[in-house]
Design a binder for this molecule. Structure first.
Ligand code: AQP
Length: 342
């Protein structure tokens, strides 16, 4: 479905977001936030805290506000510099919701019915899921295209939603004879950490909503908790394999080796060369030490920043002003193209 040859001639611009739904974990960090930090250096980048997405499932209002500040703290603690990248919360820029409505009238029901994340999240009781949860990918397309963003760093789980955003952009351009008005945004998924799995089940992704806290490493976990979770992580009776072939059929082991690789910057082959043939009694403590080494400075800085909610909110407000300055003129053009009186 997605068109492949973007001829969009606007600037390269990065957009991505994280939901303020609590339990920010290692998968969110390695799959998304860490990439955000690298990308802020070379081009304009907007990093959103997608609170409109968060309310597609029930949220406690006070917790939602605190979690929004928590993501802002995590962004900055991980190394996103608000002087280089725009950090803001989605509900502060009304263009997201306005453009989503217009895109609702562009996207087709059949496209949304194919989205696997809705099926996973709504489960068997999809009749009782919110309309917002079903419509989530359309809002995501609006998030990206409200800024004519060209590149979107996300984890593997968002691939299908990105394809839908490309389809919506392409259909809008075609339906309104506005050739190349919207770019067809490129997903930036590849690289270590694109799909971190649960510590309890190597076939399920590490997730905020997993009822077992032992399934994930939270960015707020202290050193003792990280060590405990890695010690209790599911493995098998065999030692660490000596080559990549030996990871086949051992998803939990593959996940732990992948986490070591993503955190250390070593290739999987290098990790296996160092630990192949050794038991998990050796590998797990080494992984725990590495994880603590990389994550402790982030969680410490997050705690420090979270003690100053006024500072975090002032950063979000300043970011929202910059985001609005980009989105408002784009939305005005969209309204003109669609035929609204502007
Ligand atoms: N396990 C993961 N491995 C790699 N990347 C991941 N991401 C999420 N889980 C993994 C990426 O993190 C970014 C922010 O995700 P989100 O907050 O929008 O929510 P999500 O994708 O729904 O992630 P969760 O944490 O798993 O939440 P629940 O439990 O609600 O489904 C995205 O770029 C995502 O790809």
């Amino acid at each position: 479905m997605a068109e492949t040859a973007p001829r969009f001639s606007g600037p390269k611009r990065v957009f991505s977001g994280v939901q303020p739904t609590g339990n920010l974990h290692l998968g969110n960090y390695l799959g998304a936030i860490r990439k955000f930090v690298d990308l802020q250096e070379d081009q304009e980048a907007l990093y959103c805290i997608v609170d409109l997405h968060a309310i597609t499932v029930a949220q406690d209002p006070e917790a939602l506000r605190a979690q929004t500040r928590e993501i802002a703290a995590a962004y900055m603690a991980a190394g996103i510099d608000p002087q280089k990248a725009i950090i803001f919360h989605q509900s502060a820029v009304s263009a997201h919701a306005e453009l989503a409505w217009i895109f609702n009238c562009v996207a087709r029901m059949g496209w949304l019915e194919r989205m696997t994340q809705f099926k996973d999240k709504a489960g068997k009781d999809s009749e009782r899921a919110s309309v917002g949860l079903f419509d989530y990918p359309v809002l995501m397309a609006a998030d990206i295209l409200a800024y004519k963003a060209t590149h979107v760093p996300v984890g593997e789980d968002q691939k299908q939603h990105l394809e839908l955003a490309r389809d919506i952009a392409g259909k809008f351009n075609k339906d309104f004879h506005a050739e190349d008005f919207f770019p067809l945004p490129e997903p930036l998924i590849k690289g270590p950490g694109a799909r971190i799995m649960s510590l309890k089940d190597g076939c399920a992704k590490m997730s905020k909503s997993d009822p077992s806290d032992l399934s994930r490493i939270n960015l707020t976990d202290d050193a003792a908790m990280i060590a405990k979770k890695i010690k209790k992580a599911k493995t098998d009776a065999e030692p660490v394999p000596e080559n990549v072939e030996g990871l086949k059929g051992r998803p939990e082991v593959e996940n732990l080796v992948g986490i070591y690789s993503a955190l250390s910057g070593q290739s999987v082959e290098e990790v296996l060369a160092a630990y192949g043939g050794q038991g998990f009694g050796v590998f797990k403590p080494a992984l725990a030490e590495l994880a603590v080494d990389k994550l402790a400075p982030i969680s410490e800085e997050m705690r420090r920043l979270q003690n100053d909610p006024a500072f975090l909110e002032s950063q979000l407000e300043a970011g929202a002003e910059k985001a609005n300055a980009i989105a408002v003129p784009i939305l005005r053009e969209v309204k003109q193209i669609v035929g609204f009186v502007v």
